[in-house]
Structures are given as C-alpha cells and as structure tokens.
Design a protein around this ligand. Structure first.
Ligand SMILES: NC(=O)c1ccc[n+]([C@@H]2O[C@H](COP(=O)([O-])OP(=O)(O)OC[C@H]3O[C@@H](n4cnc5c(N)ncnc54)[C@H](OP(=O)(O)O)[C@@H]3O)[C@@H](O)[C@H]2O)c1
Length: 327
C-alpha cells in the first residue's frame, strides 16, 4: 500500500479535527505542519505526532517529501495558499469555502489542471452516511418529487471583530462559513437555481451575520436557505415532497440523523455516528484518487465546487455582500 506524506497549512481548530481523521488511515503519514508561527507549528506537531514543523507556509510547500497538503486557513487565503502549494507541485485538499469568489476558484482549478495535480474542496457532507441514506431514500421514489427545501445552519459564536467569522479581511460572514451547507443541500438534492433573492443583516464590522436566500427553479421547485451567527438552530434541511417529508439533520456534535415522514405512516429515524466525525473519508478519497491517477474526486468534482461558488456569488450579489479585495 502506497503511503502519502501529509502537510497541514494553518493548524487551527479545523485542522485538529481533520488530523484526528488522518490518524485512523493506515496510508496517511503525519509528516509536516506549517504555521505562521514556528512555536504553534511545533506545538501542533508534538500534540498530533507530525515528524516536521515549519514557521511558514512557504517552507512547508517547498519540502520535497510532502505529497499532499490540507489547507485550513481563513477563507480569504484559500486562493493564495492553494496556488502556493500547486506551484510547488503539491496535491491539495482545501477547506470550504474553496475561495471567496468564483474567479479565484477558476484560477485554482486551471492551475491544478495546468500542473496535472490533484485538487479537491474539503466538503464534508457528500462522504457521510446520513447523506448517502438521504440520497438512497430520494432515489427509491418513496417520497415522490421534492417540492420545497428548508435549509438552515445557525449558532451563536461570541462577537469578536478580530475573529475570522466577523473580520472582513478574513472572508467573514455566515454564508461562506455555515450557510454554504444548506446551499450544498439545495445544489445536491435539487440543482442550480434559476432565480435567487437574498437579504442580509450585518455586524458592526460590516460582515454579514445573518442571511436568508430564496431559490426558485423553473421546474416549480423552491428552496429557502438561512444561516446566522445570531441564533442557534443547529444544522439541517427538510425536504417537503409529494408523498411526505424528510429531515436531514446534524447537530453541533455532528450526530447525524435522517427522519423519514411518509404521509399516514409512523416516522422512521436513521442515526449515524461515524468515527472522527467522518472527516477521514475526505482524506481517504484523496489518496484513493492519487492511487488511481485521478486529478479530481468523482465524489466532489471540481465542477460541483465551481457551481457551488457561483451560487454563493449570486447570493452575495443579491444581498450586497462585498469583500474588501472585491471593491
Ligand atoms: N469542514 C468543516 O466541517 C469545517 C469546520 C470548521 C471550519 N472549517 C473551515 O476551516 C477553515 C479554518 O477554520 P477554523 O475554524 O479552523 O479557523 P481558526 O481556528 O481560526 O484557524 C485558522 C488558522 O488559519 C491561520 N491563519 C492564517 N492567516 C491568518 C490570519 N490572517 N488570521 C487568522 N488566522 C490565520 C492560523 O494558523 P497559523 O497562524 O498558526 O498559521 C489559524 O490557526 C475555514 O475555511 C473554515 O470554513 C471547516
């Protein structure tokens, strides 16, 4: 079995979760960590058992032994850090949102194609058993056609103008951070909307902190999407269909459940609780693709990431959300 040397860019909260997933994969070597601060890199490397640590992302990307880099910096740096790694010949998994807008994502994709390297957005839902169960139920036809989708993700982080959730320079806002999940649900279960309306509320820094978007499809379907840092509703979507409804939900602890409510029948509930919150499946997929010479994942193809960011662009345009670098 070929083993892959993993490098980590930006050892923050999400990297710690991802690394717990890497640890359960036999073909993943915890090789090197890159931080803006060598002390932080060293601490993370010791805590999780990495062989090397670097005080800059450039040094990590330049290490010839690194096979693949996982990037979990704030959204506004995904484009820069992905290009840095690709230009040093590294395969990349980069966290969502893939970048702050579609022109950045297009550049990342064309760089990966030009250099014949693997690139994937670290999208969690497509790999999870609850998502696969929801697909299976929809495909069985038992619910009939989807008529409407409610999608939501909200929680109440403390207000901190320096934090990436509120600092515009770090790509702040609920949409790219958490609203992306109900948008993924609508894109996955219904498709690209034909028309979008959206309204946002803003924090004192000018970052969006609550957003509601309505998607209309010319085939008669609709979806409403809500995300916010001001309420605490959890994460999920409810698909309202011809013959019943389906709730596809995951709590803050990522406990995953699908509740099937066929009209006139007792509801059925399916609960899933994968190891390492199921993050290891993204890394496993990347290594499987590399084993098979694939430059993108059939589970999260780059075309899906491009459709997703283009929808996010359209929502931001409607809700008048502009990042400093776009002015
Ligand atoms: N897939 C999921 O389920 C999921 C869940 C949570 C978050 N995420 C994504 O993961 C990414 C990181 O989120 P997080 O919650 O881990 O954030 P975080 O804890 O704030 O960590 C971000 C890291 O980025 C680095 N960084 C580089 N430039 C920075 C700057 N100018 N200001 C602040 N930090 C900077 C920092 O590491 P060094 O300074 O040490 O280099 C920091 O530790 C985001 O894109 C987020 O959307 C995904």
């Amino acid at each position: 079995m070929k083993k892959y040397n993993w490098g980590i860019i930006a050892p923050g909260k999400m990297s710690a979760k991802f690394v717990k997933g890497l640890k359960i994969l036999n073909n993943a070597e915890l090789y090197a960590v890159g931080s803006r601060d060598v002390g932080r890199a060293k601490q993370f490397a010791i805590q999780y058992g990495f062989r090397k640590f670097y005080g800059s992302y450039e040094e990590l990307a330049s290490d010839p032994e690194v096979d693949i880099v996982y990037i979990a910096s704030p959204h506004s740096f995904h484009h820069e850090h992905t290009l840095l790694c690709l230009r040093h010949g590294k395969n990349v998994i980069c966290e969502k949102a893939f970048a702050i807008n579609s022109s950045q994502v297009e550049e990342m994709i064309s760089e990966a194609e030009k250099r014949n390297l693997f690139l994937m957005e670290a999208l969690w839902p497509p790999f999870q058993p609850f998502y696969k169960k929801a697909h299976e139920i929809l495909q069985s036809g038992i619910l009939g056609e989807i008529i409407h989708m409610h999608g939501w993700f909200s929680f109440q982080p403390p207000y901190d103008p320096e934090d990436r959730k509120f600092n515009l320079a770090l790509g702040a806002g609920s949409l790219l951070d958490i609203g992306i999940y109900p948008v993924i649900d609508a894109l996955t279960f219904i498709g690209v909307p034909d028309e979008i309306r959206a309204f946002a509320l803003f924090s004192p820094t000018g970052s969006e902190e609550s957003i509601t978007a309505i998607f209309r499809y010319i085939n008669g379907k609709m979806a409403d999407i809500y995300s916010s840092f001001r309420t605490a509703e959890g994460i999920g979507c409810k698909l309202l269909c011809e013959k019943g409804n389906m709730i596809v939900s995951r709590g803050r602890d990522m406990n995953q459940r699908v509740i099937l409510e066929i009209h006139g029948r007792k509801p059925e509930e399916f609960v899933f609780d994968p190891d390492a919150m199921g993050y290891h499946w993204e890394a496993e997929e990347a290594m499987k693709c590399l084993d098979n010479g694939l430059k993108e994942s059939p589970v999260v193809p780059l075309s899906f990431s491009l459709k997703l960011i283009k929808i996010l662009d359209r929502i931001r345009k409607e809700a008048k959300i502009i990042f400093p670098e776009e002015k």
